[in-house]
Design a protein around this ligand. Structure first.
Ligand code: NAD
Length: 498
């Protein structure tokens, strides 16, 4: 069914950059149009940031860092402001959720329940943590005292993708700000709006002007100048492996800034015949690939089912597919929304075509849909009979497409699962504890799930092996990215210790 009318949300969307505590147009006045994938409507125009805008933001961030208006506050003071920042998100939860939905197409119920809440929780958690982390004293001889302390790295550049705009930003800005850094954030050109609001909410919460700046724009025009900037001390990037590699090159070409990258995935989900709960495994396999329209870096997009149970598994899986029909993202009942834009929708459809051409068997979906006129939607798609060397098994699709493969034993499936450039996440389903541990250890992935998928908590590191990136978001490990370790040797010239 096609819907042609939507509620006209009462939002005043401001697409100007946020530099030094103020909304500003791009230095040269250029803008780009921001369309909604929900129905193609023009949402607003957005400042088209370039090198001069990035430079202004970095200058403001540097000035704020050097005069210690934020870094110099006692951690307990920064904590209180971070908590107020998290509260601001919750106070504006409906507005932020609606903006996120209109900007990138995810169902509003998840934008509200998942994206806003997770981002707020992340900001609160790092605020709470920062006055509970101690430094160290090294076990040296009595004639000296060696202090091992952590200092903020300085000006942190952050570049994020469009699939979870607020959460991806929060995973980086929360530990970076809590540790005392100044930040320049470049959101994706496909979903810039909530990032700009976050900066306003941070200011309202008490984060001083200049400490948190947001410059929207395109990758080559605004992202590259940030990654290449000689006065940025660290670049924290989430996005594709292709651009992630360029980020490391740009860091090396400029000032050897610290470069941290959270990149793509093609996560294997392995179901053995002795899976303890087949219904749960089916629900997780289907629910996790179709959540967020399949636009999740950790989506379990390669499903390996032991040959003896594959038919039974797929029969159950196909019964669940109708629940995931795309619908109007503004409707609170919708569980699968719009693909972020026409470009990404065409990419997904091209991958679907390649699956058909390379001989995989289409079991469900396989084409675009139009539950809302003018929007970008793809049906939940399942391919069976996929071989590990097919394009749809090798490459990240970033859409609602599940590739089903089969295997005969643990050695076979581990080999297939690991023969991919990515290593973000993986899962294994079995009631045999030895097999679970053995396979989990053998899988080259930053996270391995056993008998579940998608368990998630801010206390747990998130990141990848291999070409899924360098470094970890979330947990106390994230502070490692945004702090420098300093050693201070103090001579102790005591008569007692000569
Ligand atoms: P992308 O790499 O195209 O863009 C990401 C960001 O980089 C955007 O802000 C973009 O403007 C910017 N950018 C593009 N070219 C640039 C350049 N030359 N220099 C500097 N910046 C540049 O990725 P995307 O399509 O926005 O996001 C999808 C990708 O993100 C997928 O590969 C997905 O797996 C990955 N991702 C990874 C994680 C993780 O935690 N590992 C989380 C979410 C998404």
């Amino acid at each position: 069914m096609t819907t042609t009318t939507l509620p006209a949300p009462d939002l005043s969307l401001d697409g100007r950059a946020f530099i030094n505590g103020e909304r500003v147009a791009a230095r040269d006045g250029q803008t780009f149009d921001c369309f909604s994938p929900v129905d193609g409507r023009l949402l607003t125009t957005v400042a088209r940031g370039q090198a001069a805008d990035i430079d202004a933001a970095v200058t403001a961030a540097r000035a704020a860092f050097e005069d210690r208006r934020w870094a110099g506050l006692p951690p307990a003071r920064r904590k209180r402001v971070m908590m107020a920042f998290a509260d601001q998100l919750l106070q504006h939860a409906d507005e932020l959720a609606l903006t996120e939905t209109l900007d990138m197409g995810k169902p509003v119920k998840y934008a509200r329940a998942v994206d806003v809440n997770s981002a707020a929780n992340c900001i609160r958690w790092y605020g709470e943590a920062v006055d509970k982390v101690y430094d160290e004293i090294a076990p040296t001889a009595d004639t000296a005292l060696a202090l091992i302390t952590r200092e903020p790295v300085g000006v942190v550049g952050v570049i994020v993708p469009w699939n979870y705009p607020m959460i991806m930003a929060a995973w980086k800005i929360a530990p970076a700000l809590a540790a005392g850094n100044s930040v320049v954030l470049k959101p994706s050109e496909k979903s810039p709006l909530t990032a700009l609001r976050l900066a306003e909410l941070a200011l309202a919460a008490g984060i001083p002007p200049g400490v948190f700046n947001v410059v929207p724009g395109f990758g080559a025009e605004a992202g590259s100048p940030l990654a290449l900037h000689m006065d940025v001390d660290c670049i924290a990037f989430t996005g594709s492996t292709r651009v992630g590699k360029q980020i490391h090159v740009m860091a090396g070409q400029s000032n050897l800034k610290r470069a941290w990258t959270e990149l793509g995935g093609k996560s294997p989900n392995i179901v053995f015949a002795d899976c303890p709960n087949l219904d749960k495994a089916v629900e997780a396999a289907v629910g996790s690939i179709f959540f967020n329209q399949g636009e999740s870096c950790n989506a379990p997009s390669r499903l390996f089912v032991e040959a003896s149970i594959k038919d039974a598994f797929l029969e159950k899986a196909l019964k669940l597919v109708p629940q995931y029909q795309p619908g109007n993202p503004l409707d609170k009942k919708t569980v699968m929304g719009a693909i972020v834009d026409k470009v990404q929708m065409d990419t997904v459809l091209r991958y679907i075509d390649s699956g058909k051409k390379e001989g995989a068997k289409l079991l469900a979906g396989g084409e675009a849909a139009e539950p809302v006129k003018g929007g970008c939607y793809v049906l939940p798609t399942i391919f069976d009979g996929v071989k590990n060397d097919m394009t749809i098994a090798r490459e990240e699709i970033f859409g609602p497409v599940l590739s089903v493969l089969s295997f005969t034993d643990a050695a076979d499936v581990v080999k297939q699962a690991n023969s991919n450039i990515y290593g973000l996440q993986a899962a294994v389903w079995t009631r045999d504890i030895n097999k679970a541990h053995g396979v989990a250890r053998a899988l080259r992935a930053g996270t391995v799930h056993v008998n579940q998928y998608d368990e998630d908590d801010i206390t747990v590191p998130f990141g990848g092996f291999k070409q899924s990136g360098v470094g970890r978001d979330k947990s106390l490990h994230a502070f490692d990215k945004y702090t420098e370790v300093k050693t201070t040797w103090i001579r102790i010239d005591s008569p007692l210790h000569r």
